[in-house]
Ligand binder design. Structure first.
Ligand code: SAH
Ligand code: SF4
Ligand code: F3S
Length: 472
């Protein structure tokens, strides 16, 4: 089979990784990547259902492709990812020009499905079982692992890779659709994870990010012993070519002292923890079905900061959750003030049909109030991010150079010189990341990409440090 494919990805790291893997599989099946949708024969949307807005955008993008489909009747239009699992055949009803709907637990069938549609033109629906009212084992089996062989050129950056350590989620926070669309929590075996990491290291990867919805819940039973995230970190740490290890996302329950000690003691494990609080109010946390109190969360942040020198902690917040009062929101403001996160992602609550919150509570905070709370919290957080960054002025930081900065790429294109053609000694604007995940912009030759170097921080902004290279 020949032809070109294009995958448009939205959503979290899980989707970014799935798209990378799906691209490898399609290449193996004989397809080649297209540079844009316009010249593709197969267009796939890898979708997210976490908020309504993400879904609306994909539905309108699919709608806009009606003409593409009319002008290219053998073109294949597919919807993969979380919205495929959530909406299933509704997608065919809303957009009859869609050929394929494939959920995240069925991606192992993707290449086969595309090939069969190319052959017989029959639409295909590949989804996992609905979690509710089905035996757990059957549901688990229907969300199949998807971690095929990696193919380095499919990654944006050859030096960094994400490695899935677990699928699904069992937390069922009342607002969240992820447990429904990604299925039950399942941890991958340490042997398999290690083999994948070794392969990535051979391909030249120096930084691994272990991903899962709640990575600190990682549990794998091996010969009667339960292995945890701390065991996994210890197991992969000795892999020689790996220089940095990260993991996201952590849940605020189950960060035990052993795990914190492991993060502190293993030099390749980076001092960075993304551990979303979601709200600063106990009553909201109860309605959200997060299983901790604010007192416990604050104590945890203190423990993390005491245990791990130089650690950066980041969080997520939902504002305007069902019934959130002014006072409850002010408690979130206080938490952000006190915890001094490196940064926070702030979201306006979006009701998700099929979740407990949608069933139990009205979405009663007006949009204008959600917006105002979002802006206030963001402003507070950005001020803190700026202050924390200012503390870096005059300091040396070790960074992994990621490549040419997006701005510099834009300029190079404007002056008609491709990034790849830039002579290796010519100085351009590069970006890198500190151990605590801060972005550093500095000038240097592109050949530094993938190396760990030291720079002096000379200036800062809320989201960026500006550095200068040490004289060689
Ligand atoms: N597993 C991770 C992240 C899940 S989704 C965790 O537990 O933290 C990423 C973020 O989206 C969440 O942390 C939450 O802040 C936000 N989110 C999830 N459901 C949402 C909803 N219904 N409305 C608005 N934001 C939501
Ligand atoms: Fe969603 Fe909660 Fe699971 Fe995170 S832990 S994915 S917010 S249900
Ligand atoms: Fe979205 Fe699915 Fe991730 S709903 S946030 S892409 S797990």
């Amino acid at each position: 089979m020949s032809g070109k494919f294009y995958i448009e990805t939205v959503g979290c790291q899980m989707n970014v990784l799935d798209s990378e893997l799906a691209m490898s599989e399609l290449v193996k099946a004989g397809y080649t990547p297209a540079v844009s949708k316009r010249n593709a024969d197969v267009i796939l949307f890898n979708t997210c259902s976490v908020r309504q807005h993400a879904e609306d955008k994909v539905y309108s993008a699919i709608g806009r492709l009606k003409h593409w489909k009319e002008s290219k009747p053998d073109g294949i239009l597919g919807v993969m990812g979380c919205m495929a699992q959530k909406d299933q055949d509704i997608i065919f009803r809303r957009a009859p020009h869609v050929d394929l709907v494939i959920g995240p637990g069925q991606l192992h069938r993707l290449a086969d499905a595309v090939l069969s549609i190319a052959e017989d033109r029959k639409p295909r629906l590949e989804v996992s079982l609905n979690r509710i009212r089905r035996p757990q084992d059957e549901v688990k089996a229907s969300f199949e692992q998807y971690d095929p062989q990696r193919f380095a050129p499919m990654r944006d950056n050859p030096f960094q890779a994400m490695v899935r350590i677990m699928f699904g989620c069992n937390k069922f926070c009342s607002y969240c659709i992820v447990p429904n669309v990604r299925g039950p929590e399942q941890s991958r075996s340490p042997a398999e994870i290690e083999a994948e990491i070794r392969q990535l290291a051979e391909q030249g990867c120096v930084e691994m990010t272990l991903i899962g919805q709640t990575v600190n819940s990682y549990r794998f039973e091996d010969a009667g012993k339960i292995l945890t995230l701390a065991d996994l970190l210890e197991r992969i740490h000795p892999i020689e070519k790996i220089r940095r290890i990260r993991f996201v996302t952590s849940y605020p329950v189950g960060m035990d002292d052993r795990l914190l000690g492991t993060i502190r003691d293993l030099p390749k494990v980076m001092p960075f923890i993304h551990i979303p609080a979601q709200s600063g109010s106990d009553t909201v946390l109860q309605r959200m079905r997060r299983h901790y109190t604010i007192e416990e969360y604050r104590r945890l942040i203190d423990r993390i900061k005491t245990a791990i020198p130089g650690v950066a902690v980041t969080s997520d917040f939902i504002v305007g959750f069902c019934g959130e009062t002014d006072r409850e929101f002010e408690e979130t403001m206080s938490l952000v003030k006190d915890c001094r996160f490196k940064n926070s992602f702030i979201f306006k609550y979006s009701t998700r049909p099929g979740t407990k919150a949608a069933e139990l509570y009205p979405d009663d905070v007006p949009e204008t109030v959600k917006k105002e709370r979002n802006n206030r919290l963001l402003e507070l957080q950005n001020g803190i991010s700026a202050e924390l960054n200012r503390e870096f002025v005059g300091k040396k930081v070790e960074i992994l150079v990621e490549g040419i900065s997006k701005n510099a790429v834009k300029n190079l294109i404007r002056i008609g010189s491709g990034a790849a053609e830039t002579a290796s000694e010519e100085t351009v604007q590069l970006t890198g990341r500190t151990p605590c995940d801060r972005i550093v912009v500095f000038d240097g030759p592109p050949r530094l990409a993938g190396r760990i170097i030291t720079v002096n921080v000379v200036e800062t902004a809320p989201f960026t440090l500006f550095g200068e290279r040490e004289p060689q």
